[in-house]
Ligand binder design. Structure first.
Ligand code: ADQ
Length: 467
């Protein structure tokens, strides 16, 4: 019996704690790893003075995690640099924010080589290897260079940018060519997949037909595989004690006003400034309704050492302060802006108490908050989801009110429509979306990918190794 090796920047195996204590991704990958007797490898999140390749193994609930420390310079150039200041903005179409520095590219290569050197001895013949996300694009290639002949798959959690945007990256062609080492490459949506295929066919001489890319002697299967949440579990969580307490607290503090909720990592891709502006537009256009609503925006800071993140934080503080200053009355504040993270239980209660979920990223690979919002609703009296057309989730959640997040007018109109929506229409839309997120949940996602990588119902040992 052979195994699944998951490789990602950070490792967060779900431990046997209370349901809902961990993120859906951790749960899904942990289940897969348990099934295939797996191993999860990645960066520990810690820094060491000099890289030594020492692996810290831990074993819990049938899953082994293996982590390594990196040097401070790796963290600066690979993680804060190339991953978060080059690829993240570029992949979210923000070439205005992308920084192209040779040191970053060099650090990214070095850190990935270190990962490859460290993980290679852990991979046994017949194991299937699954690499996650933009931090590790060249890893499969580096493993092949070191003689790895196993099946290797790659899944991208972010969008893949259009060809002409990607061409602004000096080493775009070389980076994409490293991906030909993979046997399977997965994206959340057809749009991201198509952008990748465009690049490979137009810039790298590849041929594409029916989900298969052929580049020289390499055959790569490309699939769409939209990630989901554990919808059933999240729905249960939303009615359990802690969520219920939060729900009651929120209803109380709303004071009969309709709550609009936004929950995001504080990131420029999430469209928070545009959201605040769209909401303000609603207040201005509908003065008669303004004191009957408020916006609760929960946005814990992330990647705080990166300047563009410090900037957006300051801008949002300024904007929310200005909107509140301009519109608040003695007993009403239009925006409650909270820079804190909450447990999944508390979030579930908050979502359930909201009349509207406002999920308006400018660009998002998928967006799990939209799905969590749906899962947490009361089926008898559900809230309305307003969702950006530019989130991968919009492909599946067609019954949301879809908006262009750059248009304050569309957002204001959607808020108005959502507030006026009959219970019947809310229920109909919610039912369709809930069915979707329950059918295409996180286990479905994981299975879809591992079926492509390992083969349906196949043990990894039965696979042919590749050259
Ligand atoms: P993210 O950009 O982090 O993920 P998202 O998919 O929305 O975005 O996931 C965020 C997660 O963090 C959700 O589970 C949410 O509940 C949680 N979270 C957000 N704010 C929180 C808060 N204040 N307190 C506690 N938890 C909070 C990346 C891609 C996405 C893709 C996912 C998975 O950018 O497009 O959907 O990976 O592939």
């Amino acid at each position: 019996m052979n195994r699944l090796i998951v490789i990602s920047n950070r490792v967060s195996a779900a431990t046997g704690g209370a349901a809902g204590a961990q993120g859906g991704l951790a749960v899904a990958l942990t289940t897969a790893l348990r099934e295939y007797r797996g191993l999860w490898f990645g960066w520990s999140g810690n820094v060491t003075e000099q890289f030594n390749g020492h692996i810290n193994f831990q074993r819990e609930d049938g899953v082994t995690t293996a982590t390594v420390d990196l040097e401070q310079q790796d963290v600066e150039e690979y993680y804060n640099g190339y991953a978060n200041r080059t690829l993240w903005p570029l992949f979210h179409y923000r070439i205005d924010l992308a920084e192209y520095e040779r040191d970053f590219a060099g650090g990214y290569q070095r850190a990935n080589e270190r990962f490859a050197d460290t993980v290679l001895p852990l991979i046994e013949p017949g194991d299937a290897v699954w690499v996650q996300d933009y931090h590790m694009i060249p890893l499969g290639h580096l493993l092949r260079e070191r003689g790895c002949r196993n099946r290797i798959g790659f899944f991208l959690h972010t969008p893949w940018p259009p060809r002409r945007l990607l061409l602004t990256l000096p080493e775009a062609n070389d980076l994409v060519r490293t991906m030909f080492a993979y046997d399977v490459i997965g994206f959340h949506t057809d749009e991201w997949l198509q952008s990748f295929v465009d690049f490979v066919t137009l810039e790298c001489g590849g041929k594409y037909e029916d989900g298969v890319l052929q580049v020289k002697d390499r055959t790569i299967q490309v699939i769409t595989c939209p990630i989901g949440i554990d919808a059933t579990e999240f729905a249960q969580l939303a009615t359990a004690d802690e969520a219920q307490r939060t729900y009651e607290r929120m209803v109380d503090s709303a004071n009969r006003r309709a709550m609009i909720v936004g929950v995001d990592r504080l990131d420029y891709s999430k469209g928070l400034e545009e959201r605040f502006t769209g909401y303000e537009r609603f207040l201005l256009e509908h003065p008669e309704e303004r004191e009957s609503v408020f916006l609760l925006q929960i946005a814990p800071p992330s990647r705080g050492t990166v300047e563009s993140y410090q900037r957006i934080r300051a801008e949002l503080e300024g904007l929310s302060g200005r909107i509140n200053g301009a519109h608040a009355s003695l007993d009403w504040v239009p925006i409650r802006y909270v820079n804190q993270g909450y447990s999944r239980e508390v979030l579930a209660g908050v979502y359930r108490a909201a009349r509207i979920g406002l999920v308006t990223p400018l660009r998002d690979g998928m967006n799990l908050v939209a799905k969590e919002f749906i899962a947490a609703q009361d089926p008898d009296d559900p809230g309305v989801l307003i969702l950006s057309r530019f989130a991968g989730a919009a492909v599946q959640l067609k019954d949301a009110l879809l908006v262009n997040p750059y248009s304050a007018e569309e957002m204001a109109d959607a808020i108005r429509t959502a507030l006026a929506m009959s219970r019947e229409e809310r229920s109909r839309r919610w039912r369709a979306m809930f069915d979707n997120i329950r059918n295409e949940d996180v286990l479905w996602w994981r299975q879809r990918f591992t079926d492509a990588l390992i083969g349906e119902g196949q043990d990894a040992t039965e696979l042919n190794a590749v050259d």
